[in-house]
Structure formats: C-alpha cells, structure tokens
Design a protein around this ligand. Structure first.
Ligand SMILES: [Zn+2]
Length: 353
C-alpha cells in the first residue's frame, strides 16, 4: 500500500493512494501539492460555473445532485468552446449563418437537462452547434405553421435519405444537409464554400442571378437522387422545368477602353482557345484582346459560351462603331503616265553629242 499525505496549496491535508514507479509517484505528489484539495477545487469550480451561468442568464440544471454538479462544468466547458468557435468564425459567415448560429446558441443556452450536457460531452464544438441548428430547423416556427410552406421536390429515383434544404438570403444561397460525400461533391462543383457551419454560394453580377443559380444547383442535387426543399415556388419551377440560366463561369470583361479581358474558372482549355484569338496576349491569368477584333471576339463568345459583361459589351460596340465609321473617301484613279510627257534623259544626252 502506498498511501501519502498531501499538503495542498489551500492549506488542507489529504491522503492519496499512488501506484507506479517511485519517480512517477514523487512527480504526482509534487503536482498535487501545487493545487488545492479536492473539496476546495470543487468549490472553486462551482463558483466559476455559477458566475458563468449568471452572466449568460442560464437556467438551473435539472437532474440528480451528482448529475447537476457534473453537468454544470460540462455545460460551461462546452458553451465556452462554442462561443470561442463562433468568435473565430463569424467573419466568414453569411447573414443566414449568423442568424441561425444566434438562434442555435440561444437554444443551447436554454438546455436545462443535466443529461443533455452529459450525453453530448464528447461531441466536437462544431457538431454541437450544427446539431442545434438542425434541432431548430425541424421545430415548427412559432405561430407560422401555415405560412412556412416548403417547396419539396423528389427525384424520379431517390437515392438519398432526408431532404436538402436550400435557403436564399440576399446574394447568398445556403445548402443544408447531413454530412454526405456526394452532397459535398455536388456543392463543391458549383463553387460553394464551407463557412464552418454550412455550404454557401455567393452570387454576384458576374455569376448570374441568385434564383437561377439556386435552381441550377437544386436540379443537380435532384438529378443525383436527393430530395430538395426549395425556398420558393419560382425557384422550384425553374429547377424542374430547366428554365434557369446556367451560372456563368467564363467571362468577357472590360480591360480598358480599347481592350477586353477573357477570364475563366479552372479550365486550361479555355486558355488555349482564347490565346488563339487575333491580337491575344496572356496577362495574369487572363487573356487580353484588342476590342477592334470584335467580330472574332463575338464569334468566340458564342462558340464557347462566354458571358459578355455590359461594360465589355460597350467596349466592343464602341470599337465596332469606330471601325465601321472609318470614312471611305472618293478614291481618284491613279493616272497612268504617258510616255511622251516624261522627258527621256537618255535621249537628251544623245542630243548633246
Ligand atoms: Zn482545501
């Protein structure tokens, strides 16, 4: 039996039983003596838990005394990690993301069963937040059960469980589904980005209209066996009837008043096609072409499905107007010289003789 009396930093003494090599035991004794006794430590932890809960207005936990004591610490550790996680990711989040995270945190703060914190103690921080968001999604929104209609579509041959939810807010589209490698492949193919909580697609004037893009990606998900909840009827109809305009991934943009810039996303073939244009020059990931070759440029755009931005359209139109406006004067015929008009130097020399 190896029992040791420890003199704790708080001044209390206690007995512990230690096993193992003597070196290890000595080390453990020193470590214990640096800390407070278990009772003082528990009191301090409880104090910290209380302060944490009070600051956030957390509810009293419900459960057995032992459960509550344990869960209070688990809750503080977990919520602390969630708050830290959010602080460090909030910059990358969309408005939808911030909104749902705010609600999810509120839901977590409200969890008053000790068992909740005990059961989920091994979850990673992002899983905790993600699951909270999920809980909220499946809860009926307050007082708006009838208004909150979902526009659900199933594919002819469903291959996946559940439903992918598509949300639109401003220029952002969110895609919400369980972790699934096929789902991930599809949203990544459409250049969606993972912001820590959800897959998000940001649309701009260059990519095309948000509704069109939501419909296009929704259709891709349907074609791959996912059931989809669309944000509204228009987007759903566009997706089903394939009337959406596909996202632009190849562009003709204005470089300056005289040149256009050909830009594309991740396709080396685009470079070879563009650099073959008359007057084309490569510059930092793009190809520049003088606008006066507007005819080749327009043919190129039509053949390879490029989106011509309104500004580039103007540069091309101006170049066209300029080239077509070059005046054609009345050309006079070049007179043919008559032999007798020109003095023959040789003849003159001959005369001198
Ligand atoms: Zn003590």
């Amino acid at each position: 039996m190896a029992k040791y009396t420890i003199k704790y930093a708080c001044g209390h003494e206690g007995t512990v039983e230690l096993f193992g090599k003597s070196k290890t035991r000595e080390y453990e004794i020193k470590r214990l003596e640096k800390g407070d006794c278990p009772e003082c430590e528990a009191r301090l932890t409880a104090k910290e838990n209380d302060a944490f809960a009070e600051e956030r207005g957390l509810p009293e936990l419900v459960g057995t005394e032992r459960q509550v004591q344990w869960a209070n610490t688990l809750r503080r550790t977990k919520l602390d990690a969630c708050e830290y996680f959010i602080e460090n990711n909030i910059m990358n989040m969309t408005d939808i993301g911030k909104d749902s995270i705010g609600k999810a945190m509120n839901w977590l703060y409200g969890q008053n069963k000790a068992s909740f914190w005990i059961e989920n103690r091994y979850e990673s921080t992002d899983t905790t937040i993600h699951n909270a968001i999920k809980e909220l999604e499946f809860m009926p929104p307050e007082g708006s059960m009838k208004d909150e209609k979902e526009f659900l579509v199933a594919p002819e041959d469903p291959k996946k469980e559940g439903v992918v939810r598509i949300l639109i807010k401003g220029d952002y589209i969110s895609f919400i589904y369980e972790k699934d490698s096929d789902f991930r492949t599809i949203v990544k193919k459409h250049y969606c980005k993972w912001n820590g909580m959800e897959w998000v697609k940001e649309t701009t004037a260059l990519t095309g209209m948000t509704d069109d893009i939501a419909a296009e990606i929704g259709r891709d998900l349907l074609d791959n066996g996912f059931r989809v909840a669309f944000p509204d009827k228009d987007v759903m109809d566009m997706s089903v009837n394939a009337t959406f305009e596909k996202e632009h991934t190849k562009w003709i943009l204005r470089e300056d008043d005289k040149k256009i810039k050909i830009k594309w996303r991740n396709d080396l073939n685009c470079y070879y096609d563009a650099i073959a244009l008359r007057g084309a020059k490569y510059r930092s990931g793009c190809v520049l072409v003088p606008a006066e070759y507007y005819r080749s440029i327009e043919d190129f755009a039509a053949e390879y499905d490029y989106y011509i931005s309104p500004k580039a359209r103007k540069v091309l139109d101006d170049a066209k107007a300029k080239i077509e406006g070059i005046p054609v004067p009345e050309f006079a015929d070049i007179p043919e010289h008559k032999r007798e008009d020109v003095p023959d130097p040789l003849a003159e020399l001959m005369d001198e003789d």
